[in-house]
Design a binder for this molecule. Structure first.
Ligand code: ARG
Length: 470
């Protein structure tokens, strides 16, 4: 017999479920079993769920109105104790559910022992956790809305600011900075949609499923569902206590949103370096180096970029816990909370950091524009002109343009700086009207197709997005 178990023998059995046990759990057993350090974050949801349950029990005449009132009052006291830091969380009481109930019994005595009628910790934890994840969806959605607001403000200010658009991180065609930011407004809009969809689907109350099979007490699950803001009770008691796909949906929405944030973070990292010099992060969003005095490091952006990995990890982690678990509840599922809380915290911090960085971002318009002109980014405009004005097949126009680009390259200038004669040497039908489409300003202004980068389009898109999202 190990040392720890002989020590454990001296203590009493668990007061909440120890009836059939002679001795207390081994100290290591308690340690591996306890979740209070993590699930104490569910205290508000646990108390709300218990209050709704107590009121329902009274309404169904399973409890006296007097007992229910004492329970509700006592639970409010427990809540105040927790919120004012006067509550002692006990590992031997395992989790938040038993910590709250046990303290309630100390405060109000006998009626507290009637609270657990017609329910189990299995439906209790499913309810608490759902309420918490539902709140996390709402918080994420709200934060993403604020992020969209920051993007929209910047996009409006820079609807006409020209920058190179990239494919393969090579200069492709000129776009406007406002247009680029609006791409992230769209991503954030879909991210919000994912949280809203997940919330809608998870908004059913598992409370009253009891351990797994339902209960013989005449409980009213519709009452508790309504009291807790759920749309309806869940339909199947087995599913109610074993489902965690609501958390998986939250985590996948979080992972996708964080992946989007990581892409913008990466762009900020690239753009703020002296080689690009497109943007400057404010002092408030930069850090210095302890050895190199000239440095301004984009640490926050780098961390947002990296944090996305943690969120994807949380998703995969919970998938791995749930995969292959037989119905219904298994203690494995206690592992759902730590990673969901961690992902939610990381997501909120990432969104807030990106919102702050975007709000404070200074743009070097001259630098962006100069870079947009480099690399023959208006070659497509020339090819399109040959098609439109000369009736040339696009493949042939592509070839002709390639030869003109090669000539400009030989002379070390942009195609808009070529003499007409140089172009006519390649294609004699080209005339001076061609200069109207060359140059980055002409190029972006001409991209007026729906969803295109023309400044006029971007201004309209900003107005439409404000209406739709804010
Ligand atoms: N702390 C547990 C959890 O988070 C609560 C449910 C425990 N239920 C049980 N039958 N042991 O999953």
């Amino acid at each position: 017999m190990s040392d720890t178990s002989s020590r454990a023998k001296k203590t009493k059995a668990n007061p909440m479920w120890g009836g059939r046990f002679g001795v207390a759990p081994d100290a290591i057993m308690q340690k591996i079993n306890a979740s209070i350090d993590v699930d104490k974050r569910l205290y508000a949801e646990d108390i709300a769920g218990s209050k709704a349950h107590a009121r329902m029990l009274a309404k169904a005449k399973i409890l006296t109105a007097k007992d229910a009132a004492k329970i509700v009052e006592g639970l409010d006291k427990v809540r105040v104790e927790i919120e004012t830091g006067r509550f002692t969380f006990k590992t031997e009481l395992e989790d938040i559910h038993m910590n709250v109930e046990s303290r309630l019994a100390e405060i109000i005595g006998e009626p507290a022992k009637r609270l657990h009628t017609g329910r189990s910790r299995n439906d209790q934890v499913a309810t608490d956790f759902r309420l918490w994840v539902r709140g996390a969806c709402d918080r994420a959605e709200l934060a993403l809305r604020e992020f969209q607001r920051a993007l929209l403000d910047k996009a409006q200010a820079h609807a006409g600011t020209i920058m190179p658009g990239f494919t393969h991180l090579q200069p492709a065609q000129p776009v406007t900075f406002g247009h680029h930011l609006m791409a992230y407004v769209e991503m954030a809009g879909r991210d919000r949609g994912r949280f809203a969809d997940a919330r809608r689907r998870m908004n059913e109350s598992p409370l009253g499923a009891a351990a797994l099979a339902g209960t013989s007490f005449p409980i009213d699950r519709h009452f508790t569902a309504e009291a807790l803001g759920f749309d309806r009770p869940t339909a199947n008691s087995l599913d109610s206590v074993s489902d965690r796909d609501f958390a998986l949906e939250f985590l996948s929405a979080a992972a996708i949103a964080s992946m989007h944030l990581s892409r913008l973070a990466e762009e900020l990292v690239i753009w703020c370096g002296p080689q690009f010099g497109f943007v400057r992060l404010s002092d408030a969003w930069s850090t210095g180096s302890s050895i190199m005095p000239q440095k301004r490091n984009p640490d926050a952006a780098e961390l947002v970029r990296a944090t996305s990995g943690r969120m994807i990890g949380s998703l995969i982690g919970l998938f791995t816990v749930m995969k292959g678990l037989p119905l219904t509840y298994s203690k494995d599922m206690q592992e759902d909370k730590a990673r969901s809380f961690a992902a939610a915290d990381a997501l909120m911090l990432s969104i807030a950091a990106m919102t702050g960085m975007i709000d404070d971002l200074a743009i070097n318009e001259a630098r962006m524009k100069a870079s947009a002109s480099a690399g023959y980014t208006t070659a497509t405009d020339l090819a399109d002109w040959l098609v439109r004005e000369l009736g040339m097949p696009f493949r042939e126009a592509h070839h002709v343009t390639g030869r003109i680009v090669r000539r400009a390259e030989e002379l070390g200038i942009d195609i808009s700086e070529l003499a007409l004669a140089d172009m006519q040497a390649v294609e004699k039908r080209i005339d001076k009207r061609v200069f109207k489409v060359l140059g980055v300003e002409n190029s972006v202004a001409s991209r007026t197709s729906f969803g295109g980068t023309a400044p006029a389009n971007v201004r309209k898109a900003v107005t439409a997005a404000r209406k739709r999202y804010l």
